[in-house]
Ligand binder design. Structure first.
Ligand SMILES: [Zn+2]
Length: 100
């Protein structure tokens, strides 16, 4: 049983994590840390770092939603041999790369 909060309701786990939790799973796919990459939501046009998305689920299926309109921006599913990355909710993903 959960400990009651000051308001008398039991404390609950948050429904989602912040997008920083994508760093580990995405590092299997990309050689750079994408949590600072800028995403552009196709639903509302919001732009912000990947770390600002709301992350739902646990591996192997992760769903990242826009914090403004709740649209699914990114899905990542891992199987033993493959990684499936669905970016349909992302208009653009701007990734900083070091200059040569
Ligand atoms: Zn949005």
């Amino acid at each position: 049983m959960s400990a009651p909060t000051a308001g008398g309701r039991p404390a609950q786990q948050p429904a989602y994590l912040d997008g920083n939790a994508l760093a580990g799973p995405l590092s299997d796919v990309f050689a750079v840390d994408l949590t600072t990459a800028a995403t552009h939501c196709t639903g509302c046009g919001a732009e912000g770092p990947l770390a600002g998305l709301r992350l739902y689920g646990r591996a192997p299926g992760l769903v990242a939603r826009c914090p403004r309109c709740d649209q699914v921006v990114l899905r990542l599913v891992r199987t033993p041999e493959d990684a499936w990355l669905d970016l349909r909710g992302t208009a653009t993903l701007r990734i900083r790369v070091p200059a040569d």
